[in-house]
Ligand binder design. Structure first.
Ligand code: TZP
Ligand code: MG
Length: 534
């Protein structure tokens, strides 16, 4: 987590109370989150394996609401339940062991009450310090002496990592801790044992500058209810002129006759094809559709309908699924493609399996096998941009907006596909794997050898600036980068002239020769095609 994000997450740090008279830990967390709590710690001083379900429930409530979830004391348990981190005391295993076991991304907190304890602690593996009791507390039997606001200030002055105040904190005194320089406050009984826990939690949230959550995001639960919601925006597109006669809602979709049905499928898995670390749910939905429809564009097919099987983890919020679908509808609308139906199932990992139906041309289908010796090899636009965009996101470099946009929001090239079709180009493939990989498919199917010819005058200027900044050869990205979703095609150079006059961004990237020994003649060593998940 970035330092600024961690500081924000520490503002209102609620810790569960296993011994509260009226509220269960799940109820406490629900109230704290509703009020605006920014971090949750599961603390249970009478821990037994029976509490595992409670831990998992609280962890998933946190995940749904995008709030870090930490375990108290027990590093192994934190690892086992895949918590976002652990908070250890002076008597527990060290933060160094926590870091070794939980890895570099984990949030690790340590309790330090005195300057003496501070001297004895190696802070290198710690992300934050919890210090107190700042005020008298009845919650911790073995609490150290009260350190007061002066003790809090003294510690804050001595360290460079964020400090969270703990002990006897409530809505009335929380502000004084923040004014003393604390990054936030940790609270137990002011919420867990309050007569009016929501009011009390809201008072703390306000004092620490945390916005109240408008509504607690809930997990999706009812499959049919969710399907109805997801399909709602699609309904307005069906009428007597659309090719789907029976829209989603029945067991199947009934189509009017399609002369040349062309069908394709694609999969998008979280962690393999997309990540919410750098894509919004809308962008994920939109890109999933665009990358599937891109296959239709490469087949000169007009998009007709799309079907989606959604695999949803149980802790994903309904709001997030709806946001993914708003991206789906955006892309479908752009290409006037109808949602034909789909399915939802529970799964450990979020993924979308998409199936698209298109209508191809009469007696003309561009195939990978359609290249001939003497043809040039061309792209409908610049390539390598998406890979550079992904690297920009991974490096948290926001300078190259165009590259990032190309990675996050590609658009299937139906516009270019129409021009290639008009010019009767017989060999087309959409570029999802990078030039080296996609050219190899063409060479193999067409039984030709391909010689690459990348002209630096054609290189995209943003890609060149990016590569200069990071000392990368742009050829590498063009050959091995994936997900550009441009169309790669082979045709006679005279036909390319025509195409280039309509699409000046089209470029030559190589030529096709009679097959001799290898499919790709001059691929630099060490370059291979883009593989998702690597
Ligand atoms: N560590 C120092 S004081 C304390 C802990 C765990 C208890 C804080 O509880 P409360 O009810 O917020 O005073
Ligand atoms: Mg402890």
């Amino acid at each position: 987590m970035l330092p600024d994000d961690l500081k924000k997450a520490l503002r209102f740090y609620f810790i569960t109370d296993d011994d509260a008279p009226a509220l269960t830990p799940v109820e406490q967390v629900s109230i704290a989150l509703k009020a605006g709590a920014t971090m949750i710690q599961y603390r249970n001083k009478s821990m037994t394996p029976h509490f595992l379900e409670e831990i998992i429930t609280i962890k998933s409530m946190c995940k749904t609401n995008n709030v870090p979830f930490l375990m108290n004391d027990d590093i192994i348990l934190a690892k086992a339940v895949q918590a976002d981190g652990v908070h250890v005391g002076q008597a527990d295993e060290s933060p160094d062991i926590g870091r070794q076991i939980l890895g570099p991304e984990a949030i690790i907190g340590i309790s330090i009450s005195t300057l003496d304890e501070l001297d004895k602690t190696n802070l290198l593996s710690c992300d934050y310090i919890g210090t107190g009791p700042v005020f008298p507390t009845g919650t911790k039997d073995d609490a150290k002496s009260v350190i007061g606001l002066s003790g809090l200030k003294a510690l804050i002055e001595k360290v460079s990592i964020p400090v969270v105040a703990i002990g006897g904190i409530n809505g009335k005194n929380a502000k004084s801790c923040m004014e003393a320089g604390a990054a936030g406050v940790s609270v137990i009984s002011a919420v867990s044992r309050s007569d009016n826990p929501l009011e009390s939690a809201s008072g703390i949230a306000t004092a620490c500058g945390c916005p109240v959550r408008a509504s607690l995001e809930s997990h999706w639960s009812d499959e049919f209810d969710l399907i109805d919601k997801l399909l709602l925006p699609a309904r307005e597109y069906y009428d007597e002129n659309t090719p789907i006669k029976i829209p989603p809602g029945d067991d199947t979709a009934l189509f009017s006759t399609i002369n040349n049905p062309i069908i394709t499928t694609d999969t998008q898995r979280e962690g393999v094809h997309f990540s919410f670390d750098w894509q919004t749910p809308e962008e994920v939905g939109c890109k999933a559709v665009e990358s599937t429809l891109s296959d239709l564009a490469a087949s000169y097919a007009e998009p007709i309908s799309l079907f989606i099987n959604l695999a949803l983890p149980s802790d994903i919020s309904e709001k997030k699924v709806e946001a993914i679908y708003s991206g789906v509808h955006k892309a479908l609308k752009r290409h006037q493609c109808l949602l034909g139906g789909g399915n939802i199932s529970r799964a450990s990992q979020l993924s979308l399996d998409l199936f698209a139906v298109g209508n191809g041309m009469d007696n003309f289908f561009p195939a990978r096998s359609g290249a001939k010796p003497g043809d040039g090899l061309y792209c409908t636009g610049p390539i390598g941009l998406a890979r550079a965009g992904l690297l920009s996101l991974q490096k948290k470099d926001s300078q190259f907006k165009k590259l990032i946009e190309k990675f996050k929001s590609p658009i299937a090239r139906f516009d270019a596909s129409k021009v290639l079709a008009r010019n009767r180009v017989t060999c087309v493939i959409d570029m999802s794997d990078g030039l080296a990989g996609d050219a190899k498919h063409i060479a193999k199917a067409s039984e030709v050898s391909i010689e690459f010819d990348l002209n630096p005058d054609d290189f995209d200027s943003d890609l060149v600036s990016f590569c200069n900044k990071y000392n990368i050869n742009p050829n590498e990205f063009m050959l091995a980068g994936g997900e550009d979703y441009e169309l790669l095609f082979a045709c006679n150079p005279s036909i390319f002239k025509e195409i280039k006059s309509v699409f000046p961004s089209a470029i030559q990237v190589g030529r096709c020769l009679p097959f001799k020994k290898s499919l790709l003649l001059n691929l630099p060593s060490g370059i291979s095609s883009f593989q998702h998940g690597k």
